[in-house]
Design a protein. Sequence first.
Lengths: 382, 399
Amino acid sequence: MDFALSPAHVAVRDRARAFADRVLRPTIASLDADRTFPADHVPLLGSEGFLSVHWPATVGGAGLDTLAYAIVLEEIARVSPAHAILVSVHATLVGVPLLTFGTDAQKAAWLPRMAQGDVLAAFALTEAEAGSDAGACRAHARADGDGFRLDGEKVMVTNGGPAGLVLVVASTDPAAGAKGLSAFLVPGDAAGITRGPRERTMGLNPGDVRTLHFENVKLGADALLGAPGEGMKVALAALNVGRIGVAAQATGIAAETTDRAVAYARTRKQFGRELASFGGVGELLADMAVERDVARLLTHEAATARDRGEEFAHLAARAKWTASEAAVHCADHCVQVHGGWGYLESTGIERYARDARVTTLYEGTSEMQKLVVARHAIQKAG
Amino acid sequence: MIDFRDSPDQAQVRAMIRDLAQGEFAPHAARWDQDKVLPTEALAQLAELGFFGLLVPEELGGVGYDPVTYAIALEELARVSAALSVMISVHNSVCCWPIVHYGTDEQKARFLPMLTGGRLGAFSLSEPGAGSDAAALSASARRDGDHYVLNGTKNWVTNGAQAGAIVLFARTDPDPAAGSRGITAFLVTPDLPGFSVGKHEDKMGLRASDTVELALQDCRVPALNRLGAEGQGFKIAMSTLDGGRIGIGAQSLGIAGAAFTEAVRHATVRSTFGKKLHEHQPVAFLIAEMDRRIAAARLLVGRAAWKRREGLPHRIDASMAKLVASEAANFVTHRAIQIHGGYGYVKEYPVERYYRDARVTEIYEGASEIQRIVIARELVAAAAAADATVATPTPEAAS
């Protein structure tokens, strides 16, 4: 057992923390209040290597590992969970399937530009009637000459507005259900794509989330990612790593809100004593710190298992489930410790409670993660 | 480099102890519990194999396990018998360890060979009127020439009736204002005049381990048996308990692991309404919840033990490990009974024993409430220290 971060991981953590404090912290309150998509931050994230942390250098990536990726996302999410999910969708939900299933030409066409932030990517799996049950998706692509024609509607697409590349999962064989799904690399400016209005989300306000409509979108043969029928496999490969990213994002929320609650509780006085000296408040702080540490440990456990090439899907599910609940609890406790001040937009505390809420939902609800964890435990025993 | 798995050496120790415990002790654990039998043969066998000197360096006659390997040993013993593991844990963590770390050479030479040789050791801090609030203890120690004269009653002493040596805390400064600074540690032996063993407790769980009250009536303890300086006792107790808490965390992990194995087994064998139990979603969710709580406990116990091994500050880590692992043990054993239904409530199956054994882990060596106080206090102190540093503090480079 070894719990020591390597010097390289400490270095990337310090760099991400410095970036988040210098670039994100001064702007996040207004980005959130005005629901402004931080377009000018995308190339800055790119030039720091934060859009491609766990991609090999050969495709223009930063050449680090999944652990480094989790560490960077935690630091970004401490300040802006919205930026963290922007990165996660781009670098993992699209980047990882491209790296895993892409041809050399597909990788060369997209990854270097994505690494720099010249192209932002979005992942389009969920539909109005296909959420956790992704296999029920109805978007379809029919063969057309050498290529395909894509029709359908995808909802809740993060980065949907500015995306220069959309990974779309659509059926190529409706009779085959989940086994008839295929993945497509769809250029964001392809004719036939229309974008719905930006959703007004509860949190992650700077995020650009919308419905994308695909109407008779003509795609070349080179748009197919992986083999026909491999769409679900592509999506799961994306989501398994994506869950490590969401777990890291949630850990960042838990860490920041714990720090802020401790900082407030040790200076704020009521009844002539610091808040932290009241047993009931102390218990809240202790529980927050425990949940934060557990979230981080489980996230790093999943990340390092992937880096060693081991099976990690159940670890990612366990980390995502636990860290997202930690984020919700810690953000809520942080509001509680701050009292009425925590409820004011001006203190920047309530934002974390709004941002945290989605982490138990997206990239697989807690209920889906529990099924993955239970199934693995049962299989291991059998 | 982060790697939360057992190293090859650690995995080997784990497998060795698991084989021993499963092969030699598991067949007897239920009987020890039911009949309140002290497992003397098992203890003798463990002493033979070095388990009485797990934290004693080799040059002092022990086997010198590091804290990580030690935690693995306790976990594997607890998987079979929590009572056996607590006897070994108390002996090593809170009796041998403080002697190794605070004892004089003469004290080490006098006490360690006996302890590593198979005579149990004990630790005695609690009193009827001072449990969690240990600094309020009232047993007194008055200096009289080259002796101290001890008076008072101590309780909840695991191994107390069998112990060849007891690390015992008493107040050398009678001024109540001295508080924790008035406490001193002593090495008390059962042959001393004025020492007697009182009632043996009849406990809910850990029934194979003996827990007693001790009476000190003008008990004359040689000054040579004072451990550390006068007034240093509370500090010795706290640093000893940091290690003890990791031990209880490891014990909790073992109990939880055993209960989880039984719960999963039952859920895959038993069918209701035409489906295996685990195919019912609420049961599957319970299994998932058990799994993650054990995972959290394992990582926190591992981290605390690792930091202790590396010489890093670990008071908050030990408290987190003990808190989470003990709560996991209680949750998992409780739900393991639930999954077993009526079978879980009868002694034919082991889960009710696990449940009774788990209950005390949230209480002894610092109740959960105390662990949360320690954690909150450490958080505030760390934040204050970070504030006081002019430069940006370098956060700990660990997961």
